[in-house]
Design a protein around this ligand. Structure first.
Ligand code: ZN
Length: 458
């Protein structure tokens, strides 16, 4: 920001010093009773008093720094209309309250009105990056981060307790949703440069690191629009489709790159898979694709990662095998032994012989027959996807723990709180913000949010 050139900086600073001294003189009055009561206050009492009076004192300090530093802006008489460019004269001085994490203050600044295009504006607000809402961007950022972890009521309660600034839970809600608007997949998913950087940090010269893309669904409690007053139970669970992209680090540790979870249909979700595919330098990694039985997942993999290694989640596969075992042999030791031997042979890439064996089996009953046929189809559909022993040797994961933990830490811990039913849009906004925080891209989301407030180009 430009500083007035007519008054030497030193003088402005001295003016600021004097104003702050005046504010301190006023502030110390808050502590007079400690000196009058004749007994020593506890350290908690003293700290509490400082904490409670801090926002007002710092608010005054902010007012002081602005009145010294930005005096030429507050006296500005002419300005260019931001809409049509016409040179217009100031109409009046407007006052407004501004709230920051440090404190509240009153800002006086000139108002301009352009009669040509009918737009009114305060140039000083733009200079100081003051937003229309009472609570400024520093508060909005902190509230959004807290609300991404805690229910809104709790988030604002903690915020107020820690800062002394009163904020409503409605404001928390509105802010998170507005920031969520800027948290698009394009911003939330790290860009190609960042993904390459994380790959290089892990690569040694001999082998390409294993990169895993895992896709899965999680069921989110949603409610219809306008249903807040209705009785519980009118809500329904909707599937949030989720993906997680990660690298296999040393000792099979997951090196997180990106999570992305949204309640949407396959065609919309496909756009995000395409985006991810465009950002991975596929020549620098060994690409593994993990999924359960859902065919939409494999269709997307085939389309965007035709060269990747497809892996059927071992646990999903074993559930199917055990189901058939129990149908055929009851819940017996025989059933377990049979299932283990099937899984062992699948792990040795012997799907063909397992299927042949199943075809020869004599079903114990009608249920077993159905189950055996189902398993034959299932194994046939996925027969190139469970070469588990070889995959393990190559350092590829065989279980979908990576995406399941993402479902848990992105979705379940915040969305599935008891009694919570979400509007789909609000749920998606929350998921996007949480993904941004975990992906390390929240700062970029905030930059775009700020730009959107001042109509700047992103
Ligand atoms: Zn104009």
């Amino acid at each position: 920001m430009a500083v007035a050139q007519v008054i030497p900086i030193k003088n402005i600073f001295e003016e600021f010093r004097k104003l702050v001294h005046d504010a301190v003189d006023e502030w110390v009055e808050n502590f007079r009773d400690f000196f009058e009561r004749g007994e020593l206050p506890s350290i908690t009492e003293i700290s509490d008093r400082f904490h409670k009076t801090r926002p007002e004192f710092f608010g005054q300090c902010i007012e002081s720094i602005l009145s010294s530093l930005a005096s030429d802006f507050s006296r500005q008489e002419y300005a260019d209309c931001p809409e049509c460019g016409r040179y217009v004269r100031s109409k009046r001085i407007d006052k407004r309250k501004v709230s920051t994490v440090s404190g509240d203050f009153v800002l006086s600044r000139p108002y301009f009105y352009c009669t040509d295009c009918g737009s009114g504006f305060h140039p000083m607000d733009e200079q100081l990056e003051i937003v229309q809402e009472l609570h400024q961007l520093d508060i909005q950022e902190k509230i959004a981060k807290l609300a991404a972890d805690l229910p809104y009521d709790r988030a604002v309660e903690h915020f107020t307790e820690l800062t002394g600034i009163e904020v409503s839970s409605h404001f928390g809600h509105k802010t998170l949703n507005a920031i969520g608007e800027e948290a698009t997949a394009d911003v939330v998913i790290p860009d190609k440069t960042e993904i390459s950087r994380r790959i290089e940090a892990l690569s040694d010269s001999t082998e390409r690191p294993v990169m895993v893309l895992a896709v899965d669904g999680a069921h989110m409690p949603t409610r219809p629009e306008g249903g807040r007053a209705e009785k519980r139970g009118s809500g329904q669970y909707k599937e949030a489709k989720g993906l997680r992209l990660y690298l296999m680090g040393n000792d099979d540790r997951i090196v997180h790159i990106a999570s992305w979870h949204q309640i949407k249909d396959v065609s919309e979700f496909e756009e995000e898979i395409a985006l991810i595919a465009s950002r991975i330098p596929l020549d620098k990694v060994k690409m593994c694709l993990l999924g359960d039985g859902a065919s939409w997942i494999w269709n997307l993999y085939k389309k965007y990662f035709p060269e990747g290694t497809e892996i059927l989640d071992y646990y999903h596969c074993s559930e199917h095998v055990f189901e058939t075992a129990f149908c055929q042999y009851g819940e017996t030791l025989d059933a377990r032994e049979w299932a283990e031997s099937v899984l062992t042979r699948l792990g040795l890439d012997m799907a063909g012989s397992v299927i042949a064996g199943l075809k020869r089996m004599k079903p114990a009953n009608e249920d077993a027959e159905k189950s055996i046929l189902k398993l034959i189809t299932y194994l046939g559909n996925h027969k190139h996807r469970f070469d588990y022993d070889e995959l393990k040797k190559e350092g590829c994961p065989i279980g979908s723990g990576g995406i399941e933990s993402s479902n848990k830490f992105i979705c379940h811990t915040r969305i599935k709180r008891s009694g919570a039913w979400w509007l789909k849009d609000n749920c998606n906004a929350m998921l996007r913000v949480r993904c941004a925080i975990y992906n390390g891209t929240f700062d970029r989301v905030l930059e775009n949010y700020k730009a959107s407030k001042f109509n700047r180009l992103k």
